[in-house]
Design a protein around this ligand. Structure first.
Ligand code: CA
Length: 225
């Protein structure tokens, strides 16, 4: 999942970037509205976190420009406690949710997950596809009720495939959504992750949840999702 953070407070910006990257998100950061606008137009984002009080272009104006340019990714706004008007204006301009500063990272992540899920057409936190179950709130996975331990990257690959169950996801699309720009984008690495996921999810080769479509990519079996 590819997320943009537009926040002029250096410490908060870096804190959010580091925590989200550690949890497997691909993160772009911008320190002002102008930079935010650039990233929002250049990258295929899944979500943006936008502070309302920004230099150069305000958060409200930034949301207005994204929406009028046909950018429909979910937007979470960050507001200062005393400025309740910002919330209303932000939501009316096209933001999807808000968080009042200061907040705990866990709350931000829970809201991001809820927004990402809704944008993909899922409304509940647990995605069940036959025996495989993914809890996007707790970020845990079970197969036939038994917990499966996944690394952060394996989890992100699986989450992306399951959120797009039944659709063909190209290697490029998957890579864009699980790696940072500066990460080694060798597609062999992706194949290794997929191989590991298959072994963890389906050690007996019975359900084959992730199909490989030669030259096109991967598809998570829609089956009983
Ligand atoms: Ca600010």
């Amino acid at each position: 999942m590819h997320i943009l953070i537009v926040e002029d407070e250096l410490r908060l910006r870096e804190h959010l970037r580091d925590r989200l990257r550690k949890n497997g998100y691909v993160v772009e950061v911008a320190a002002d509205g102008e930079e935010g606008l650039y990233y929002g137009q250049q990258f295929p984002l899944d979500l943006a976190v936008i502070d309302i009080g920004l230099p150069k272009i305000s958060g409200i104006e930034l949301i207005r420009r994204f929406r009028s340019n046909g950018r429909h990714f979910p937007i979470l706004i960050l507001t200062a406690r005393r400025n309740w008007q910002d919330k209303v204006e932000g939501l009316e301009t096209g933001a999807d949710d808000y968080l009042v500063k200061p907040f705990r990272f866990e709350e931000l992540e829970a809201r991001l997950n809820a927004l990402l899920r809704r944008a993909s057409g899922w409304s509940k936190p647990v995605i069940d596809c036959g025996p495989i179950s993914l809890d996007t709130g707790k970020q845990t996975t079970t197969v036939a009720g038994d917990p499966v331990v996944l690394t952060a990257f394996e989890y992100r690959v699986l989450e992306y495939l399951m959120l797009h169950a039944g659709q063909v996801v190209s290697k490029a699309e998957l890579t864009d959504n699980i790696y940072d720009q500066d990460y080694d984008r060798d597609s062999n690495v992706l194949e290794v992750f997929i191989g590991r996921l298959r072994r963890k999810l389906d050690p007996g080769n019975r359900i084959n949840p992730i199909e490989t479509l030669r030259g096109r990519g991967y598809r998570f079996r829609r089956g009983e999702c």
